[in-house]
Ligand binder design. Sequence first.
Ligand code: T1G
Ligand code: NAD
Length: 699
Amino acid sequence: MSVVELCREDEIAVVLVDNPPVNALKHEVRVGLTDAFSQARDDSAVAAIVLACAGRTFIAGADITEFDKLPKAPHLSEVIALMESIGKPIVAAIHGTALGGGFEIALGCHFRVAAPGARVGLPEIKLGLLPGAGGTQRLPRLIGVEKALPMILSGDPIPAKEALQYGAVDAILEGELAPAAVDFARRIVKEKWPLRRVRDMDEKLEAMRRNPGKFDELAATLSKRTRGLHAPAAAIEAVRWSLDVPFDDAEKRVRSAFQELRQGDQSKAQRYVFFAEREAAKIADVPPGVRPREIARAAVIGAGTMGGGIAMCFANAGIPVTLVETGQEALHRGLDIIARNYRNTVKRGGLAGDEMERRLARIQGVTDFAPVGEADIVIEAVFEEMDLKRRIFGDLDRIAKPDAVLASNTSYLDIDEIGASTQRPQAVVGMHFFSPANVMRLLEVVRGEKTAPETLATAMAVGRRIGKVPVVVGVCHGFVGNRMLRARGIEAERMLLEGALPQDVDGAIVEFGFPMGPFAMGDLAGLDVSWRMRKAQGLTAEIADRLCEAGRFGQKTSKGFYRYEAGSRTPRPDPEVEALIAEASARHGIARREIDKQEILERLIFPMINEGARILEEGIAARPSDIDVIWVYGYGWPVWRGGPMYYADRLGLATIREKLAEIAARSKDERLEPAALVTRLAAEGRGFGSLAEAARAGR
Ligand code: T1G
Ligand code: NAD
């Protein structure tokens, strides 16, 4: 079956793309499009052409898997140039998502019609690329730079209604799209609508051409959060060319800028993360036939820091949620924080007022457990105390629906032990959200020994439905993310004793690409949270313990590893902390020394990688790429570095093994000795990536 069909509805030709699952523009599709449009051009009986797609979506872009190979002609821009040369009306009929090259080919049509639920966008920036087939030149011409540049730099699609308001689509058609699009094309022919190629539309650029300073202002505002990334700067330059470079010259420049980014390390890493995120959704031993349960209502126990955010996730996804607290005071404290968060989003223009009201109305606050009996999924987010959690799961066992999923948001505790406090451990699973829960996209789905496949599949499906990136992990202390974080934290503390200061350590990892370092992060989360946990486990952290004993819990007390001026979240070095650290070094008889950035980075990152290897050895994570997805979506690992395990492979495991041995010797910590997996793969000249290849090949 060919991936592109040409059929006729009398005088209207329909070019139909059918390349499941997302009609990606692989080489064969480009060849098929070239043939179909050429035929339609040469057939005098054809008065107009409709470009449509079979399956669940319009073209969702170029085939990303082809980017690791040499590009083959015809290139997408050549297909679009052919379309623009035909001189017969071409209508793009968009359903699902027209993304990247898919939206670019639609911009190469004279008209765009969309189904009500359709979305259009240019997400290339999320792959470390820029739109390579005219999106940077045609979209500004169609909707103006003020609208086009934010779309290109965020990479986020917009819904059909907004696209219509912007002029990115010409009509939203109800009912079956393809026949409606054919009728639309017929009207164009019958009423002789003027044919304009988007590339020839300049009127929306005039104002900014006369005042290019406005472009610089807009670009500066929009590129605030693009530190370390190459693609945003390249995309901004390309859109600037739409103002002052002739179309065809600009296209040529875009093409070479695109090729340069495509071959760059950043885009390779971001493409790796794209597929890693999709791999993470596949659970090896849960047969594809296992259906997730229908979730019509949720319940959250505890409306504290996490419970409130989790309830918002469900309300945002349109799922009614019951929020349970111990008493009215705690309940209203939780509900007030939720309402305040929504109001702030509305104030920032990120949410319409009426939509806020709808979401708030979906959250029902109670202080009695009875309503939990109506929920299909219950997520517990009370204090991190095992006895309390076991008591609550015992209550849930009696109250919750027979087929309800019972989940815990515990950060560290044993899901099997929690499950054992019920008669239905098969329904118990961990759903570990990250703070702030309504913002952070990562969700560690903790699989207990007795967690049933349906329970797991349901937790994963719910995770995707509330906009999270769910990753399955096994039961161990701290699961995957927090366990590796702890390995990093121990070495960070050691470096303070040996000579570094918090700002040195944080500075090095921020330069590497993290949004913040371990000490500023500790201050943000509250040093008392992990202090309470360390004490409960008889663990110590020399400096952090001293700070907590001095009542320095971080931002919440305006003092932690740093000091914070009133109303400011900016960490400022504090001489009191430096004195406390120097005194601790002296007490340990440690002569403080200069520790350079490279050493700091290696001692923060390599122990994490080593712990990641142990996590793979123990089967706590199914794939190295799952660990990378966890760190990119939960812990601020820079996406353009792919993740700790991907990064390790770039450096080479022989180097990692060697460095770890050095660090272990200096820190006299056998935990830092290279993990067996690191040693084996290094000896075999392999990387972590080869494990996934072996798994895929069934070896
Ligand atoms: N190329 C290759 N494979 C793709 C793909 C693509 N563009 N998009 C999806 N897949 C695979 C995916 O790996 C998965 O495979 C399956 O399809 C279903 O995807 C020239 C340079 C469209 C919103 O960035 O955002 O055009 O795991 O699980 O949740 O300027 O896929 O089943 O084996 O994500 O319903 C720009 C990427 C490319 C869009 C659907 N386009 N795709 O989401 O399904 S660059 C994108 C998505 C470009 C031009 C440039 C989403 C989706 P498998 P899925 P979904
Ligand atoms: P929190 O102290 O902010 O909130 C806990 C809430 O639970 C409180 O409001 C308390 O009143 C309520 N509660 C206690 N007993 C209850 C009961 N019997 N019934 C109903 N409500 C009850 O704590 P948090 O930071 O939201 O943490 C909650 C859980 O989430 C813990 O297990 C924690 O480890 C985990 N977690 C926390 C974070 C984080 O960054 N704070 C991140 C991930 C997971």
